[in-house]
Design a protein around this ligand. Structure first.
Ligand code: FES
Length: 132
């Protein structure tokens, strides 16, 4: 069996939504101290809907595929739904990741969460619903 699914290879070779949003409404940057990989997410939000999302990932192939898939999963979705995105959902949408590469999908979940938190902060919104 191949180590990586076709979907992982596809999103690694042709990542969707790579780039920067200059006038982003929320930006999140996270890193993994162990492997040194870094992921940055940019969100454009209007009427509580993620209108656009772009990412820059300096990391392994699984991290690139995870960021790409994560952006596809939240694009066009309400903020509240994007907030619920888990790394497990990202990995499942990629038809799985090897166990030792699951942490790469965690980076995607954290980057999106961090960008959403930035959006909440900038707009003086409370995160209480998610944290209590
Ligand atoms: Fe670091 Fe994949 S090895 S995110």
């Amino acid at each position: 069996m191949a180590l990586y699914s076709e979907k992982v290879m596809d999103h690694f070779r042709n990542p969707r939504n790579v780039g920067v949003i200059e006038d982003a409404d929320g930006i999140g940057e996270v890193g993994n101290a162990k492997c040194g990989d870094i992921m940055k997410m940019y969100l454009k939000i209007e009427d509580d809907i993620i209108q656009d999302v772009k990412f820059e990932t300096f990391g392994c192939g699984s991290a690139i595929a995870s960021s790409s898939m994560a952006t596809e999963l939240i694009k066009g979705k309400p903020v509240s739904e994007a907030m619920q995105l888990t790394n497990k959902a990202v990995a499942e949408a990629l038809d799985g990741l090897p166990a030792y590469k699951m942490h790469c999908s965690v980076l995607a979940e954290e980057a999106i969460r961090s960008a959403l938190e930035d959006y909440y902060r900038r707009n003086g919104l409370s995160l209480c619903k998610e944290t209590t």
